[in-house]
Design a protein. Structure first.
Length: 713
């Protein structure tokens, strides 16, 4: 039974309005799931609609199960029979009944992600393609794009116009499609494409299904693509009752095909549409909401609305600009420590970022401070494939170890198969030498020219390193000589390239902080961060991209990396207004995840991802000053490395360290306890216990502090 007293005026209207075409613009945290569920209960309870004639399309299986559970709680068995599912499950149901007319058996195979990978492996082997040439993700994107564009594999080969890389993808597409036919298989894209094709070719089948569903409801309508929209329009042809719920301001999946114009222009396709706006937010405080409102109002492709809350004004949004990504990470960790003292749990706190590579610095500082964290839907920075590959190259140069050799010898591809690797390993074990020494001494006869070139490259790197080339420049040299960077660029692996550039940032920061440390020292330090923490800790901080945070909420949210070119990203800045609007929607989603406290941070340091210095994001500047507290926008320059040597000042005086003196005991986040043995301006020479030894560290660096009296307790 519906409790109308639980609904506000707009929610009540959205439940009981009898218009044939209803568009519910549901702002973040406005209770849209409750409204959609109660709408279905209203149709059954008050309008006496047969549940079997009600269709509700959701974005995830989790959302579908939640709706079924709520309907059951309100109606019991009376609510059984509603068809509530994802759009793929709906298409599967339709095709199971009708697919024979298209020449496939009813027991056709639905090909999942693992099955797709198996087929791609076969296709690569058949066409002599290495995974390093075309990633599986790139191949599947190509296949999906061809399918949605109606391009057959025959046409795809013709349209390659002799480009070898495109021809290879087209050949994979050909093998993939033929393999699907052999096993009577359909992938997830096919489920939708075949259903819309079925309805186009056989009007009698379309009539049957459009008669079956008298009322059609679509959740997360802002995230549907054009083919899904076509399916909804096809199913509504008979009864023409369509109820959609969504928020144009939260359209953040255009890279996956979502089109914000579908919900914005819904009233053009469905005449006499009534629009109801749910703008009372039950999640956040008004300062957070007004801040988000003042940002999103700059978008043009939207339906105007302003969120408000009865939760009070709350604290203002906090903005802090730091001098570097490291300082930014230490600021966040310091604030988390304060929040813990105020009885917040780690699990109450989320750290959000635009791209995965931005987790690097915050992960390091969290581990230094023994703070538990989990990463939603992704790997920790130092566990990512490209980061491990590059670190293995560096390990091979420094140590020549077998694990590093095995990881990089065919990365990028050099035509060296597993049998060769196995034989080289056996020779190494027999001779009691490393695998690298085997090929260096010419003890493995096959592919000798390939191995000679590889050895020549590695030995040249060793010479350059011994000549004292700066570590960041050395790493760039390795990336270029090895072909690793070219491999990623060729396959448009944007996110992996960002992680590579973040690793360059990492080694640059290390070099700046530990002025006389070696590559070996860096690799030892990194090994400390690759030790997996217990990810099952019940009270852990939440680290995730903003895309992964959609639909979630947290009492406290930190949004880090808010710099122009980072967020909004460099790529979207180049796309112009359309790209900027999507990024702004992403900022809006990030801000509205926060219930009580919202922190925004950026850093002003040089970025190798951007290849320039950073400026605060427009998504900070667009927040009305009434709702945000800007702390000091730039850290006071404390070290010689923070001085702007390109300024007009003719003379720069380094700031003299007064914080430490010789003999002080200090604590470092990674190296532990040490003693200051020498001071040279801002550089401290500190003796740490084995295996770290003597390190040179900036006095101002946030990773060290003087040992206090309470540390002895």
């Amino acid at each position: 039974m519906i409790k109308y007293s639980d609904l506000n005026n707009e929610q009540r209207m959205a439940v009981v309005d009898d218009s044939k075409h209803l568009r519910i613009i549901a702002g973040a945290g406005s209770g849209k799931t409750r409204v959609l569920t109660m709408r279905i209960v209203y149709l059954i309870e008050k309008k006496h609609v047969n549940p079997r004639h009600i269709l509700a399309i959701t974005f995830t299986n989790k959302a579908a199960n939640e709706m079924k559970k709520r309907i059951s709680e309100m109606l019991g068995e009376e609510g059984d029979g509603c068809f509530i599912s994802t759009i793929h499950s709906l298409c599967l149901r339709i095709l199971k009944e009708e697919i024979e007319i298209l020449g496939y058996p009813k027991n056709f195979t639905v090909v999942d992600a693992d099955d797709q990978k198996t087929i791609l492996k076969e296709a690569y082997k058949e066409n002599n393609i290495e995974k390093n040439e075309i990633s599986y993700a790139a191949a599947l994107d190509y296949i999906a794009n061809c399918k949605y564009a109606g391009i057959s594999y025959q046409n795809a080969i013709e349209q390659a116009y002799g480009d070898p890389s495109i021809i290879k993808k087209a050949k994979v597409y050909e093998y993939y499609q033929e393999r699907l036919k052999q096993v009577y298989g359909l992938d997830f894209d096919d489920l939708i494409l075949w259903t819309t094709k079925l309805f186009k070719l056989y009007p009698n089948v379309l009539e049957k299904w459009s008669k079956r569903f008298e009322f059609i409801h679509v959740d997360e309508f802002q995230d549907i693509d054009k083919e899904q929209y076509l399916l909804i329009k096809q199913l509504s042809t008979y009864h023409d009752n369509v109820y959609v719920v969504g928020d144009p301001d939260q359209t953040i999946y255009t890279w996956r095909g979502a089109d914000v114009n579908i919900i914005v222009n819904f009233d053009t396709d469905f005449k006499d549409t009534k629009t109801i706006i749910l703008n009372q937010n039950y999640r956040s405080t008004n300062n957070i909401l007004e801040g988000a409102n003042s940002v999103i109002k700059n978008n043009k492709s939207r339906v105007k609305k302003d969120l408000y809350s009865n939760n009070g004004d709350g604290e203002k949004i906090i903005h802090k600009t730091l001098a570097s990504e490291t300082a930014e990470a230490y600021y966040v960790v310091d604030e988390i420590r304060k929040l813990k003292r105020k009885d917040f749990n780690y699990s109450d706190i989320a750290i959000l970022y635009r791209s995965n590579y931005l987790s690097r610095e915050i992960e390091k500082v969290l581990m230094e401070n023994h703070m538990p964290y989990i990463i939603y839907g992704g790997l920790r920075f130092y566990e990512r494939m490209e980061v491990k590959d590059i670190l293995s190259y560096l390990r091979l140069i420094v140590n020549g170890d077998d694990l590093a050799f095995q990881r990089v010898i065919n990365q990028p591809k050099r035509g060296i198969g597993p049998k060769s690797i196995e034989t080289i390993l056996k020779i190494a074990q027999k001779e009691n030498i490393t695998m690298y020494e085997v090929i260096k001494r010419g003890l493995y006869a096959k592919k000798q020219d390939v191995f000679d070139n590889f050895v020549s490259m590695v030995e040249k790197w060793k010479e350059i390193l011994n000549d004292g080339l700066e570590l960041d420049k050395f790493l760039n040299r390795v990336l270029d000589d090895s072909g690793y960077r070219t491999m990623l660029e060729k396959d448009s692996e944007t996110e992996r390239l960002e992680n590579v550039k973040a690793l360059i940032d990492d080694i640059t920061e290390y070099q700046k902080t530990y002025a006389e440390s070696s590559l070996e020292d860096y690799l030892q330090m990194v090994s400390l961060y690759t030790d997996k923490a217990n990810l099952k800790d019940e009270d852990s901080l939440n680290l995730l991209t903003i895309h992964a945070a959609k639909g979630l909420e947290f009492p406290v949210v930190f949004v880090i990396g808010l710099s122009e070119g980072v967020f909004p990203s460099q790529r979207t800045l180049q796309e112009g207004s359309k790209g900027i609007e999507e990024e702004r929607r992403l900022a809006y989603v990030a801000y509205t995840r926060a219930k009580q406290l919202l922190y925004l941070t950026d850093s002003s340091s040089f970025s190798y991802v951007l290849e320039s210095s950073k400026l605060p994001s427009r998504f900070i500047n667009e927040i009305d000053d009434k709702y945000i507290n800007h702390l000091d926008k730039q850290e006071k320059k404390e070290s010689i490395f923070d001085v702007d040597f390109f300024s007009d000042d003719k003379k720069v005086e380094p700031i003299i360290n007064t914080r430490y003196k010789k003999g002080d005991v200090v604590i470092h986040g990674v190296f532990g306890e040490g003693v200051v043995i020498k001071i040279d301006g801002q550089i401290l020479e500190i003796a740490f216990s084995y295996p770290y030894g003597i390190k040179k560290i900036l006095a101002s660096h946030p990773s060290i502090r003087k040992k206090e009296a309470n540390d002895y307790n």
